[in-house]
Write a protein that binds this ligand. Structure first.
Ligand code: SF4
Ligand code: SF4
Length: 319
């Protein structure tokens, strides 16, 4: 990839500012793709050194891909950041972004939230377990690779991608179910030899409906708007469904990837704003097709109730 050519496609239209969840919290040019590109262009030209300050700016990102999804110049910001990070990984960063370090960072979450249910699968159907699996039908797949792509550890990501492609392209596999929109989006972008393999990928629909209670859905950043609105059309037929969004107000849970470990205060701010939105809607349940969003929302609800003293009975459930 020629990074400078990609960056020069930026027309500075500012659309990435209007969709970046972090810009709401830290409204600075350095927060958004456009500003990060400018710094990177300086580095590529040799005018700037890729020092800690610039690295930290590039890493101040939820990898939510909203800038990429909405960029009229079709610049894949995440691919660009990953490629530049990959070429400039320091020895310490290589250790911190290794498979071992990632597993270690996630182990407390997996310990607190072990998978508690089993998905009923037919012959030829498999469940794609992500970092924080919700179901215990563990197959042979490995991580989708997103956390490694985002951190610039492309070698590790490629090993995982190769292994998963082999599993998914196996003719015996007819359907691959995902309970994580981020894994699903990452896998859908794999370089499959057989492009029809993409048709096997299915994001699970809600399996649980609180029939006598009001419920809403939290849309994860990596679930496309098209996918979400299709799901909403079905849900709107249920009298107890409360839509939480219009076209613009999708809000990130703040827990994307390992962002909450690196920037706990910013993650907390985002997760509280999100939780408050559902309390204001007076919904009883919030369902989410993402284990990490579920975690973020649960924490937000708990924090508002027990630390901030807000009375509410909103329950968060992954579907
Ligand atoms: S949306 Fe794309 S083209 Fe517009 S300013 Fe952001 S990066 Fe540049
Ligand atoms: S990926 Fe998300 S958080 Fe990162 S710069 Fe783009 S919109 Fe902002």
């Amino acid at each position: 990839m020629q990074e400078d050519k990609q960056i020069k496609k930026c027309t500075r239209c500012g659309l990435c500012a209007s969709v970046c969840p972090l810009y709401e919290i830290k409204p600075s040019e350095k927060t958004i793709a456009r500003g990060k590109f400018l710094q990177l262009l300086g580095v590529l030209k040799g005018d700037l050194i890729l020092n800690k300050k610039i690295r930290d700016n590039i890493n101040f990102c939820l990898n939510c891909s909203k800038c990429t999804q909405n960029c009229p110049s079709e610049i894949n910001a995440l691919e660009l950041f990953a490629s530049i990070k990959h070429k400039n990984l320091t020895f310490i960063e290589k250790i911190l972004n290794s498979k071992f370090a990632f597993k270690f960072k996630l182990s407390p979450i997996k310990f607190i939230f072990p998978p508690s249910r089993k998905l009923s699968l037919k012959k030829g159907e498999i469940y794609f377990k992500g970092c924080v699996p919700n179901y215990s039908n563990f197959g042979e797949n490995t991580c989708c690779g997103l956390p490694y792509i985002a951190s610039g550890n492309i070698e590790a990501a490629n090993t995982m991608i190769k292994k998963n492609i082999k599993i998914i392209e196996n003719p015996r596999v007819k359907k691959v179910y995902f309970d994580c929109a981020s894994c699903m989006q990452t896998v859908a972008n794999y370089p499959f030899k057989n492009p029809e393999a993409i048709e096997k990928l299915v994001l699970l629909e809600p399996l649980y409906f609180p029939e006598d209670k009001k419920f809403s859905i939290h849309k994860p950043c990596h679930m496309s708007q098209k996918e979400f609105f299709t799901l909403e059309e079905t849900l709107k037929k249920r009298v107890n469904y409360i839509s939480a969004y219009d076209d613009k107000n999708f809000r990130c849970c703040g827990f994307g990837g390992t962002f909450f470990i690196k920037h706990p205060l910013v993650a907390l701010e985002l997760c509280l704003r999100n939780a408050q939105k559902f309390i204001d809607l007076k919904t009883d349940y919030v369902l989410s097709p993402c284990p990490v969003c579920t975690l973020g929302l649960r924490f937000g609800m708990w924090y508002l109730k027990f630390i901030k003293g807000k009375k509410h009975n909103v329950k968060i459930k992954q579907y």
